[in-house]
Ligand binder design. Structure first.
Ligand SMILES: *[C@@H]1O[C@H](CO)[C@@H](O)[C@H](O)[C@H]1NC(C)=O
Ligand SMILES: *[C@@H]1O[C@H](CO)[C@@H](O)[C@H](O)[C@H]1NC(C)=O
Ligand SMILES: *[C@@H]1O[C@H](CO)[C@@H](O)[C@H](O)[C@H]1NC(C)=O
Ligand SMILES: *[C@@H]1O[C@H](CO)[C@@H](O)[C@H](O)[C@H]1NC(C)=O
Ligand SMILES: *[C@@H]1O[C@H](CO)[C@@H](O)[C@H](O)[C@H]1NC(C)=O
Ligand SMILES: *[C@@H]1O[C@H](CO)[C@@H](O)[C@H](O)[C@H]1NC(C)=O
Length: 442
């Protein structure tokens, strides 16, 4: 007990140490924090150890959860209708400002990977090819005190040269107006993890008002197992206030129809209008991928449900998440290229999901001792119009609600910088101390 209270003092003595341990989870660190919690509160190992509970479908926004009281989110509800439990999470705040003053920087994030590949116009099925270029994916505004000098390319295309009126903060995915070598320069970023098997995926985005691009938030396994939310900026009509969104399950049928899901019927393709202008502000777009149905939402309000029982091609595989902003000149879909450089801005992605990885499933089984224990299951707050609480809520910034969750992350550069050598030694010592205590307890 003496050693463990020393350990707890060490752990709580420095805020940076704590955030460091939360952000950069390692095997020893996870068991360390689990054991520290265990020693002090034997009834509950850690908050959310059994997962994250989401309201789904029409239940969203109608639940009795008071989102102003975070403690209530940790309660396990007795009624399980309209609820789905997910064991894993990946949350990214693309607008994060660290205490050092530095901002989130996608080039340092190991969760999200900007994509680089070229498509010929034949492959792109448009009038132009597409050049997915990492220079079109950047964090905005840029950090002031960058360590590396911007390269020549960045001088031309990087965030410092974003000469648009669109100054919204977040991750920018830019489609350029100038065609290069027969290709429209476009942008895409994807999760490194490929193990999203069912989940509730939420992205806060502001869509460009420049006609001629397709902005997409989607889950992808292969061309016939894909769930899309797609915005065609040419379809927006401010005069008659029409702002359509395309909700798509790519299926075998759509593959046969040349990937034109619009020909595969209402069960896999829905063209519906948003109740707001998506170009004026950020809104949360959400996909719930459940075993027999897919539900699409805007700001917590269901837009459509596609159910396997009604012929929808609900995927059955694990997959990953992608944000994409593209154009190939196809007048039937993206149109374009846009007349000016055009950006999709992403404020956050929050993904609560089950993993197809056996290691992750074993981890969950090992840490979830008793789902009925207080705090073992955490409720995910619903985003509802007019309530910003859930928008600003991240489990990962609570310090104690994402045990054994951070597989990889943007580096918590503050902590790493401020710790210095002495701090790092203390940190190693605390890990070793945790190990010693762990062995002793056994
Ligand atoms: C999760 O925690 C278990 C121990 O509780 C550990 O064996 C495993 O490596 C951890 N997994 C990750 C991804 O941190
Ligand atoms: C996710 O996995 C947990 C643990 O196996 C399970 O209880 C839950 O029902 C799964 N969620 C979905 C939506 O399938
Ligand atoms: C894409 O095409 C451009 C222009 O032809 C070329 O510079 C670039 O290297 C290509 N990118 C990839 C990933 O092949
Ligand atoms: C996608 O994956 C499913 C399941 O493995 C498979 O049946 C289907 O043929 C694949 N589609 C393509 C286009 O490869
Ligand atoms: C608004 O105008 C577009 C054409 O620009 C048309 O397709 C759409 O049906 C109109 N919507 C309404 C509600 O009138
Ligand atoms: C978790 O951390 C938050 C602050 O980040 C605190 O308010 C809450 O009491 C903590 N919960 C537990 C069970 O330690």
């Amino acid at each position: 007990m003496v050693a463990s209270s020393w350990l707890s003092r060490l752990l709580s003595s420095s805020h940076s140490l704590q955030s460091f341990s939360v952000q950069i989870s390692t095997r020893s660190l996870s068991s360390l924090s689990l054991w520290t919690l265990f020693l002090f509160s034997p009834l509950a190992l850690a908050d959310c150890e059994c997962g994250y509970l989401s309201t789904v479908g029409d239940g969203v926004g109608n639940s009795q959860v008071d989102t102003s009281d975070p403690s209530i989110w940790r309660q396990t509800p007795s009624d399980s209708s309209n609820l789905a439990l997910f064991t894993d999470l990946l949350e990214t705040d693309f607008t994060r400002v660290y205490s050092s003053g530095n901002r989130y920087d996608v080039s340092k994030d190991t969760d999200w990977v900007p994509q680089a590949f070229n498509l010929t116009k034949e492959r792109a099925r448009g009038e132009w090819g597409e050049m997915f270029d990492v220079r079109n994916v950047f964090s905005y505004p840029p950090n002031k005190n960058r360590q590396s000098q911007p390269g020549e390319d960045e001088m031309k295309w990087g965030p410092k040269h974003w000469n648009s009126d669109d100054k919204a903060t977040g991750l920018k995915l830019v489609v350029r107006s100038d065609v290069v070598d027969g290709m429209v320069p476009v942008a895409e970023v994807a999760t490194r993890r490929l193990d999203f098997l069912y989940g509730s995926f939420r992205a806060s985005m502001k869509i460009s008002d420049i006609p001629g691009t397709c902005a997409a938030f989607f889950w992808y396994f292969n061309d016939t197992q894909e769930i899309d939310m797609e915005f065609l900026t040419r379809e927006f009509n401010r005069e008659n206030k029409t702002f359509p969104i395309n909700l798509v399950l790519q299926s075998r049928e759509s593959a046969l129809a040349g990937h034109d899901a619009s020909g595969t019927g209402e069960s896999n393709f829905i063209h519906t209008n948003l109740p707001f202008d998506p170009t004026l502000d950020f809104h949360e777009y959400r996909i719930d991928y459940l075993p027999t149905r897919v539900i699409f939402y805007a700001d917590g309000k269901p837009l459509a449900t596609m159910a396997a029982s009604r012929g929808a091609a609900v995927p059955t595989s694990q997959g990953h998440l992608i944000l994409s902003h593209w154009s190939n000149g196809n007048p039937l879909w993206s149109g374009g290229p846009p007349k000016e450089d055009s950006a999709l801005t992403v404020k956050y992605v929050k993904a609560y999901f089950n993993s197809s990885s056996e290691t992750r499933q074993d981890d969950w089984r090992a840490r979830c001792q008793d789902p009925k224990a207080k705090g073992a299951v955490c409720r995910i707050p619903d985003v509802v119009p007019g309530d910003k609480t859930a928008v600003d809520w991240y489990f990962k910034f609570q310090g104690n609600m994402t045990n054994n969750q951070t597989m990889s992350s943007e580096p918590e550069e503050d902590a790493a910088v401020r710790l210095g050598t002495a701090g790092r030694l203390a940190w190693i010592a605390s890990v070793l101390a945790g190990f010693v205590i762990w062995v002793n307890v056994l």
